[in-house]
Write a protein that binds this ligand. Structure first.
Ligand SMILES: Cc1cc2nc3c(=O)[nH]c(=O)nc-3n(C[C@H](O)[C@H](O)[C@H](O)COP(=O)(O)OP(=O)(O)OC[C@H]3O[C@@H](n4cnc5c(N)ncnc54)[C@H](O)[C@@H]3O)c2cc1C
Ligand code: FES
Length: 249
């Protein structure tokens, strides 16, 4: 069965990043902005959005948490996945000194942004946060791009102990950051939106929401203004975002 707007990619290889996360590399490239996403479809299983983790070759970073992600984890080299995209609006490199903040699989789209920024010789600090050391993803990949990497874990098992916002606030307080870009859980993004306002720093935050159509038709991915008062009413993660680009206040 072929669905309109979808094309197939074949799995080339899979690499474990931790007990529950695979980096899946496919057999072709995709042209996209960092932060854009795709709808991935497996016939008989369903369809879900995923950030584009790599473009050349096309790659996804998938955490095994439920039926769809589990099915992606079962793919073998040569197996097909159907992809629609790239979709939505991504991150843009702005300024010479970027602070990237990733929680969980949010570090995947930020790695592509770090790559673009380093190509333009921008200074990049990547703050990666998780509950435990096991949840910290892609630290070496950011370091290999020449980024300064700061780790925070809630239990102190890697890097400094505490919430990622602690490290972010210290860095914003230096007054040297031109852009705060982040992807991760909505609670983390809400806190970062507040810090960006407080320190008058432009921000690009990638918001997540339940998606069905992925193209602005069904309204299921509206992001509530309560998460960030700067978000316009009726703002749709799939169509207006997922990245919300906010000039400094
Ligand atoms: C724009 C966008 C980009 C996304 N990018 C990625 C990505 O790069 N990688 C990725 O793995 N997922 C990504 N997701 C989430 C993905 O679309 C699915 O929601 C996820 O794979 C779970 O689907 P499922 O059917 O396996 O489990 P579901 O049955 O949908 O979820 C099972 C349970 O796990 C919870 N859950 C969902 N995701 C996570 C998670 N990451 N960690 C812990 N608990 C979770 C759900 O709330 C639910 O309670 C993205 C979502 C959006 C909207
Ligand atoms: S998922 Fe349908 S409007 Fe965004």
């Amino acid at each position: 069965m072929i669905r309109e707007g979808f094309r197939n990619f074949r799995l080339a290889s899979a690499r474990w990043l931790n007990d529950s996360t695979l980096w899946l590399t496919f057999d072709s490239d995709i042209e996209a902005e960092p932060g854009q996403f795709v709808m991935a479809w497996l016939p008989g299983v369903g369809e879900k959005p995923f950030s584009i983790a790599g473009m050349a070759p096309f790659s996804l970073m998938v955490v095994d948490v439920g039926p769809f992600s589990h099915a992606l984890h079962q793919l073998q080299p040569g197996d097909k996945v159907w992809i629609k995209g790239p979709l939505g609006h991504g991150f843009q490199v702005e300024g010479d000194n970027l602070l990237l903040v990733g929680g969980g699989y949010g570090s995947a789209p930020l790695l592509a942004l770090a790559h673009d920024a380093r190509t333009k010789s921008a200074k990049v600090t990547a703050c990666l946060g998780a509950r435990t050391a096991e949840g910290l993803l892609l630290g070496k990949d950011f370091a290999d791009l020449g980024c300064q990497v700061e780790f925070m874990t809630e239990d102190g098992s890697a890097g400094r102990q505490g919430l990622i916002t602690l490290a972010v606030e210290e860095i914003l307080a230096t007054g040297e950051v031109d852009l705060l870009a982040a992807c991760g859980p909505t609670g983390m993004l809400s806190a970062l939106a507040g810090l960006a306002r407080q320190y008058h720093v432009p921000s690009q935050l990638s918001w997540e929401a339940q998606m069905r159509c992925g193209m602005g038709l069904c309204g299921s991915c509206e992001v509530p203004q309560s998460l960030d008062p700067a978000l316009p009413p009726g703002w749709l993660a799939c169509f207006d975002g997922p990245v919300f680009n906010k000039d400094k206040d």
